[in-house]
Ligand binder design. Structure first.
Ligand SMILES: Cc1cc2nc3c(=O)[nH]c(=O)nc-3n(C[C@H](O)[C@H](O)[C@H](O)COP(=O)(O)OP(=O)(O)OC[C@H]3O[C@@H](n4cnc5c(N)ncnc54)[C@H](O)[C@@H]3O)c2cc1C
Length: 380
């Protein structure tokens, strides 16, 4: 399979690049150290149409195909993983509502997410439950005929500090379900989480629900639709975004290494002429090319609506997240002390890359699913 972008995709890619080079890269280390994305940037991201990138135009979206959406993630990831994460979350929640939300929910929320008027977040993980998502403990019980009472505790919620709308997962009579909850819901307490290793500008928060009322019209899909299909719709798009975002991290690190090794001399010669350095550059290049093929393939399958796209996306996310961490680690090595400095981009990429192996399903959970697939697919 070759990678052939259409003229339209090339044009979009150039525009994404220009935006990232101008608006994000010069400030990304500041976002990281201040642990915040400025409001003006989020407005600019939405104005470009990125918050509703995959939504249909009818809801104010850009109606991107999956390859174009991948290119957007790659470019944002090259600039700043937290900005990519912001964009990813808006599209994850928006796509989930588009597929499983009621007509009223779509009319009420999608245009606002796409335009940046509101910020959406995805609240699945709990302090006691991460990978084992089927066993979350948050509950939706009946307050009356029209209202659920939500009780429970969510942790590590990206954008939790600034989100207006949460897609909250919980159990309704033991069945995993999802509801929309607005930030000013009574009984909802939001506590910022700071000092993370990576994705430091993602404004994480912990959420406590203490008898928080949610109208039953806010149920997304049906009772029991929580993980499959609602959660999977969101997580599949999230993994796809991360796969491409990791290509961006890898490319940013490779670019930085090409620059650095072409200008820095040791032992009387440029670093690029030392063969041990060349080995690292070669491995980075090969891994990036392999990751790119996996990501394009996954995007193509998703665009075709192929059932196997979910697995191909998992394969791509698993590979590229490990790849990005290795490339970023070698990039810090190649930069020596200057790569360890707070003003270097490669150290930020290294910290962000580690997080990519944990979120939207850890590497181990991916390994388990990929091995299951292998036994199904290749057993004699
Ligand atoms: C920066 C950041 C942003 C996040 N944003 C969000 C968000 O917006 N919304 C949200 O809901 N969550 C979010 N999360 C949480 C994230 O989804 C979880 O961290 C992830 O699902 C893993 O869960 P856990 O951290 O509880 O680890 P655990 O599930 O406790 O796992 C710990 C370790 O054990 C391994 N492990 C677990 N089970 C098995 C097994 N069966 N076999 C082998 N190994 C196993 C894991 O791979 C991991 O290495 C975020 C996390 C981070 C760090």
């Amino acid at each position: 399979m070759g990678i052939q972008l259409s003229e339209h995709q090339k044009k979009d890619q150039a525009a994404f690049r220009e935006f990232v080079n101008k608006e994000i890269i010069p400030h990304a280390n500041k976002y990281d150290s201040e642990e915040r994305l400025p409001d003006e940037l989020l407005v600019k991201v939405a104005r470009q149409g990125y918050s509703g990138a995959i939504l249909p135009e009818q809801f104010g979206g850009r109606a991107m195909d999956y390859i174009t959406y991948g290119l957007l993630n790659e470019e944002l990831g090259r600039g700043c993983a937290s900005v990519r994460g912001f964009m990813m979350m808006q599209n994850m929640v928006a796509l989930t509502l588009l597929k499983w939300g009621s007509e009223e929910q779509k009319e009420r929320w999608l245009g606002k997410i796409a335009s940046g008027q509101i910020i959406a977040a995805f609240a699945l993980t709990e302090p006691e439950i991460g990978s084992d998502a089927m066993h979350i403990e948050t509950t939706f019980t009946d307050a009356d005929n029209e209202t659920y009472m939500v009780n429970g505790h969510k942790k590590w919620i990206t954008l939790g500090q600034i989100a207006d709308l949460f897609l909250v997962f919980g159990k309704r009579r033991g069945k995993l379900s999802a509801v929309l909850m607005e930030k000013d819901t009574p009984g909802l307490t939001i506590t910022p989480l700071t000092g993370m290793l990576g994705l430091r500008a993602s404004m994480l928060a912990e959420l406590h629900f203490d008898n928080s009322p949610v109208t039953k019209e806010n149920l997304v899909g049906r009772v029991g639709f929580g993980f499959v299909p609602v959660g999977i719709t969101a997580l599949n798009l999230g993994r796809y975004s991360i796969a491409w975002g990791c290509l961006g991290i890898g490319q940013a690190c490779l670019d930085a290494c090409i620059d650095h090794t072409s200008t820095r001399k040791q032992f009387g010669d440029y670093l690029k002429n030392h063969q041990l350095i060349q080995k690292m550059i070669a491995d980075m290049t090969v891994n990036l090319k392999a990751g790119r093929l996996l990501s394009y393939h996954a995007g193509h399958m998703q665009e075709m609506g192929d059932q196997d796209a979910i697995m191909e996306i998992m394969v791509a996310k698993y590979f590229t997240s490990k790849m990005a961490f290795k490339i970023a680690s070698d990039a810090v090595q190649i930069h020596g002390a200057s790569g360890c400095s707070h003003d270097s981009a490669v150290q930020r990429h290294l910290r962000d890359a580690k997080i990519m192996e944990i979120i939207e399903g850890t590497s181990q959970i991916h390994q388990i699913k990929i091995a299951d697939y292998a036994y199904r697919e290749y057993a004699g």
